[in-house]
Design a protein around this ligand. Structure first.
Ligand code: SIN
Length: 277
């Protein structure tokens, strides 16, 4: 790892590590490289008590790669359109963000040819109950497979559809922008070479080379194995938490909260990754 002045404390079980002593608003080149390596190793990094303006969030995300503009422009922050707002707050009769994003296990933007590598999520207002974010990794799922199953899985490709996922919520113009894509089930991490299982949920996914219902049951089984409670880290948010994660071998899910009682405002940026291989 590149020389840095902060420390990393892994959580008791993967995924996740807490980064201590780092101010994310002034990252140097060494910090960025070391954070990339740490995300490859731990999946998720947790930084508490960060004081970030929207411009800071953009500035800290940019050195990790090109930013992916949000596909639903109606929920972007007017002054920083590369920030996607997750919120139940309504101002002047207009929701300032997307209220639920996204209460099912997923890896970010698997429906792109080059899906999101890194996601940054910054908590501004966070409910004291509920609205946790759950994480689990899928490297272990691959490591646990016997040699014959690994060989079989190496030949499985899965098709993903952005338009199926957001059906009914897109303008005709938004629908034209995102054709379906195909990615391999077994994915290799470009930084450390580790293999993981890379898959989406049934709503947008179609494993190729098998009957559709069998393919969907196959995905359900993978999802069930990946998300067993003992594999899951539950992040209980505090205001000014910054989470950064590497989507290649990691699944996450939002969880509900009482939206009549609590306000939630969270800002997200996404960094474009490589074509999965
Ligand atoms: C996300 O899926 O990126 C958002 C998770 C959350 O809102 O907790």
């Amino acid at each position: 790892m590149a020389a840095v002045r902060w420390t990393i404390e892994p959580l008791p079980r993967p995924p996740g590590a807490e980064v201590r002593g780092l101010d994310a608003s002034c990252l140097g080149e060494n910090d960025v490289q070391a954070l990339k390596e740490a995300m490859a190793d731990h999946g998720l990094l947790i930084l508490r008590d960060q004081k970030l303006t929207p411009a800071d969030l953009i500035a800290l995300s940019q050195p990790f790669g090109a930013l992916e503009p949000p596909t639903r422009e109606q929920f972007t922050l007017p002054e920083e359109p590369d920030i996607f707002v997750i919120s139940n707050v309504v101002e002047n009769g207009r929701p300032i963000g997307s209220a639920n994003d996204d209460m099912a296990w997923h890896t970010d933007q698997i429906y792109f040819d080059r899906p999101t590598a890194y996601t940054f999520l910054y908590g501004i207002e966070t409910p004291t109950e509920g609205a946790n974010t759950l994480f689990c990794e899928t490297y272990e799922l691959y490591d646990e497979l016997d040699a014959e199953t690994r060989e079989g899985y190496a030949n499985i490709d899965i098709e993903y559809s952005h338009n199926k996922l957001f059906a009914g919520r897109l303008t005709p113009e938004q629908m034209l922008r995102h054709p379906d894509v195909v990615h391999p089930l077994v994915r290799t991490h470009p930084v450390n070479g580790r293999k993981s299982l890379y898959f989406g949920r049934r709503k947008l996914s179609r494993p190729l080379g098998m009957p559709e219902d069998e393919g969907l049951r196959f995905l359900d089984r993978l999802n069930e194995r990946a998300t067993r409670p003992e594999r899951v880290y539950k992040h209980q948010w505090r205001p000014r938490d910054l989470l950064m994660w590497d989507n290649r071998g990691l699944l996450h899910s939002a969880t509900p909260y009482d939206q009549a009682k609590h306000r939630r405002i969270v800002h997200r940026t996404s960094v474009i990754g490589e074509k999965p291989y």
